[in-house]
Write a protein that binds this ligand. Structure first.
Ligand SMILES: Cc1cc2nc3c(=O)[nH]c(=O)nc-3n(C[C@H](O)[C@H](O)[C@H](O)COP(=O)(O)O)c2cc1C
Length: 347
C-alpha cells in the first residue's frame, strides 16, 4: 500500500501542525481538498485538545493528524531562570512594568502522563505526530492497537534510526529551513541538515515513509523533494497567511514586510526559526546569559509580548517562519492546495 492509500488522501501534501496557528477550520479545509490537514495541539490542555479534534471532525469526514510535544520535561534551574528574568527586566521596564518573579511550565509533555494519549484514543484521528522526541513504548502500543498511525520528526540520521527502532510508522524529515521549533531531541545539538539532503539520507538508511518538511513554498519545490524520494511534503509557513489560520494581523504583516528569518532559543528556551525581530536584534547579544529551561522561558516571552503588544510594539511576537518565507502567497487554503497540485504536475 502506498502512503497516500494508507492515509486515505489524494494529494501528497501535509499541512504542518502549528501550535497557536492551527485551527479546526484550516485543518478541515485542507483535508476537504484532498490533502492531509492537521492540528498542532502542543500548547493545549487535554480538554481544549479534545474540543479542537471534535470541532475538526464536525467540519470534515476526511482524515487529518494531530500533533503533540514529546520533550523530556526538565525541572526549572532556578539560578538560570532568575538570571534570565533579571536580563529581561529592562525590557519589561520599557513598558512600565516588571517581569514575573516565577516562571511556569506552560506546555506539559505528552510523555508526562497519559492524559493527551487518552484524548487521542477516544477521538481516533487518522494519525498523530510528535515533535522533540518519541512517545513511551506503552503509548506507541496503545496507538497501534487503536489503528492510529504514528509519525515523529527527525532532523538527523540518529533520531531517524531511533524513531524506526521504536516502531513508529512515518518519519518527518525536518530540514534546517523549517519554520518553528527545531524537532531536535536534545536541544543542545543540531546537525542543521538541509531538507533535500536529509530526505536523501533518511531514504537511503531507513525503511519508513519520509515526509519532507522545511522551506517548501511552491509545488515546483515540492516536486523536487518528491523526486528525491520523499513520500509527501509538509508545509507550514505557506499556510500561515490563509484566512482560516490563527495568525494575528501583526504576524501577517510581518510575514510580508520583514521576510528574513533566524533561529533563536531566546523565545521559548529551545531553538526555533522565526522572523527577525527584537528577540534576535536586542536579546541575542553576544553577552546574553543562558536561556531559561523550555518551556518556562516561553512563559516569560509570552508575557513580555502581551505587554509590548498592548502598547503597539509587536517586536516580541513569536512569528515562526521558514527560511523561504519571502515566497509566501496570500491565498485561501483550498486555492493554495489547488495551486500546489498544479505546480507539482508541471513539467
Ligand atoms: C507557525 C509554526 C508553528 C509550528 N508549530 C509546530 C508544532 O506545533 N508542532 C510541530 O511538530 N511542528 C511545528 N512547526 C514546524 C512544522 O511542523 C514544519 O516543520 C515547518 O513548518 C516546515 O517548514 P516551513 O515552515 O518552511 O514549511 C511549526 C511551524 C510554524 C511555521
Amino acid at each position: 500500500m502506498t502512503l497516500l492509500e494508507q492515509l486515505a488522501i489524494k494529494h501528497a501534501i501535509f499541512l504542518a501542525p502549528m501550535a497557536g496557528v492551527s485551527t479546526p477550520e484550516l485543518a478541515a479545509e485542507v483535508s476537504n481538498q484532498g490533502a492531509f490537514g492537521s492540528l498542532g495541539l502542543g500548547s493545549n490542555t487535554p480538554e481544549t485538545a479534545r474540543q479542537q479534534i471534535l470541532k475538526t471532525q464536525s467540519l470534515t469526514d476526511q482524515p487529518f493528524q494531530v500533533n503533540f510535544f514529546c520533550h523530556q520535561s526538565k525541572a526549572l534551574n532556578d539560578q538560570v531562570a532568575q538570571q534570565w528574568i533579571e536580563y529581561l527586566t529592562p525590557q519589561f521596564q520599557k513598558y512600565g512594568t516588571l517581569p514575573p518573579k516565577q516562571l511556569h511550565n506552560i506546555y506539559p509533555s505528552f510523555l508526562d502522563n497519559d492524559d493527551f494519549l487518552n484524548v487521542v484514543l477516544e477521538t481516533k484521528p487518522k494519525a498523530v505526530s510528535f515533535h522533540f522526541g518519541i512517545p513511551h513504548a506503552h503509548q506507541i502500543q496503545a496507538l497501534k492497537k487503536a489503528g492510529i498511525l504514528t509519525m515523529v520528526s527527525a532532523t538527523n540520521l540518529a533520531e531517524a534510526k531511533a524513531i524506526e527502532a521504536a516502531g513508529i510508522d512515518i518519519i518527518i524529515a525536518q530540514g534546517i529551513e523549517a519554520g518553528g521549533h527545531r524537532g531536535i531531541f536534545n536541544e543542545s545539538f543540531d546537525s542543521s541538515i538541509k531538507t533535500a539532503d536529509l530526505v536523501q539520507l533518511l531514504k537511503q538508511h531507513t525503511q519508513l515513509p519520509i515526509i519532507a518538511a522545511g522551506g517548501i513554498m511552491s509545488g515546483q519545490h515540492a516536486k523536487v523533494l518528491l523526486d528525491l524520494g520523499a513520500d509527501a511534503v509538509q508545509l507550514g509557513t505557506a499556510f500561515v497567511q490563509c484566512k482560516t489560520s490563527n495568525a494575528n494581523t501583526a504576524y501577517r504583516q510581518a510575514l510580508f514586510n520583514q521576510p528574513i528569518t533566524q533561529i533563536t532559543a531566546s523565545i521559548s528556551g529551545r531553538p526555533a526559526r522565526g522572523l527577525i525581530n527584537h528577540w534576535h536584534m536586542q536579546i541575542d547579544t553576544p553577552n546574553r546569559p543562558p536561556v531559561a529551561t523550555y518551556p518556562y522561558c516561553y512563559d516569560l516571552a509570552k508575557q513580555l509580548n502581551a505587554i509590548a503588544s498592548k502598547q503597539g510594539d509587536y517586536g516580541f511576537g513569536a512569528f515562526w517562519a521558514g527560511s523561504n518565507v519571502a515566497e509566501i502567497r496570500e491565498m485561501t487554503a483550498p486555492d493554495l492546495i489547488n495551486q500546489l497540485v498544479l505546480e507539482m504536475n508541471m513539467h
